[in-house]
Design a protein around this ligand. Sequence first.
Ligand code: DGL
Length: 265
Amino acid sequence: MRLGLFDSGIGGFTVLKKVMELCPNNSIMYLADTARLPYGVKSNNEIVQIAEEISTWFSYQKIDAFLVSCNTTNAIALDVIKKNLDVPVFDLIGSASSIIKEPRVGVLATPSTVKTKAYTNAILECHPKTFVIEQPCPEFVPMIEMGNIDSDEITNAAIRYLQPLLKENIYSLILGCSHYPLITPLLTKMLPSNVKLIDPAEALSLKLKLFLDSKVSNYSKKKNLVDLKFYVTSNLKNFPNKANYWLNVFPEVNLVSLQKKGCVS
Ligand code: DGL
């Protein structure tokens, strides 16, 4: 099957990695909108425009399913994406919220995601008695994109972001931005052992696997990926190194213009 996914940058790698582990043997197109990174401090109007352009671009590609690998777009413009694509769409927020079992939950996310309260609303819809507290983390994405993942700077930011959540005695912590699983080692060090980290990519990949298994009868026997292609909207030169560092792949990377519908380069 041919899967499409996107993010502002390298955040979607965390979704891609889980999908490659759980659902091998697919052709994957990964679009990184590097020209407009970061998304997480943009207005709703800007995110809607971005979602419109990205889903339109993917509507011209041959894909069988689409994975919304960016929580900010998921929170603000999931309906826009679904409207423009006529393939099944899998999202992070809906997938993660449905599997929450703990009564007190913390969410780390971008400022734009937190403003929508999308995680709180989705969790309460499935489990109305849950206590949910959301924390915006504006400094994380720029630092993670720069590879600044174990400095004092990011450690201090993490301490500041986690403090209000830990005061509320949470039992689980949702990584509500796809960039954040890239700093799991740092966050794990700071969390009490009774707080479970939740990466929404796991729930999304499980849902995707169920879908793929139902579509392809002899699926998932072999562990080799069929095809992996990356597309970026800027910074063509840096991206292969980032993909190699985080995913251990040397992919083909193409520059695209989202304004020119369907064009590759
Ligand atoms: N990784 C995306 C998310 O999950 C976007 C983060 C950003 O660009 O600020 O929200």
